[in-house]
Design a protein around this ligand. Structure first.
Ligand code: AMP
Length: 116
């Protein structure tokens, strides 16, 4: 069940951690799609949104508090940023540990390209 993200949380794999507390860790994406691209993740191993339960609501809500915090720290609050959570294959999820993408630092354009 453990992924590379658990190793990052435990400081057993390299990552540029920008925030960490008892519930949540935020670090820079290794393959950034924007000038600022962070992963904001629960320290608890939850593979996908499909695996979320009511007892996870505190930690998952805390992802947003941390997103607000890092946005302030990085000076992105006013210009804005995008938060994305992918679930399973059609969304392109490749790491089976729930993560919130935090993207910012430029005009990100429309959320999705036109598709049929
Ligand atoms: P997703 O497609 O939603 O599963 O996104 C997974 C994200 O994790 C991608 O943006 C990857 O670039 C990122 N990623 C994978 N491995 C690492 C790593 N070791 N350190 C930081 N980011 C990573």
């Amino acid at each position: 069940m453990a992924t590379i993200f658990t190793k990052i949380i435990n400081h057993e794999a390299p990552a540029e951690i920008v925030y960490q507390d008892d519930l949540v860790t935020a670090f820079r994406d290794i393959n950034p799609k924007a000038p600022v691209h962070l992963m904001i993740i629960p320290n608890k191993e939850i593979p996908t949104v499909n695996d979320v339960s009511a007892e996870d609501e505190q930690v998952l809500g805390h992802l947003f508090t941390v997103a607000k915090h890092v946005a302030t720290e990085l000076g992105l609050s006013e210009k804005g940023y995008r938060l994305i959570v992918n679930c399973n294959q059609d969304a392109g999820q490749v790491i089976w540990h729930i993560h919130m993408h935090f993207l910012g630092g430029k005009d990100l354009g429309p959320l999705l390209s036109e598709t049929e």
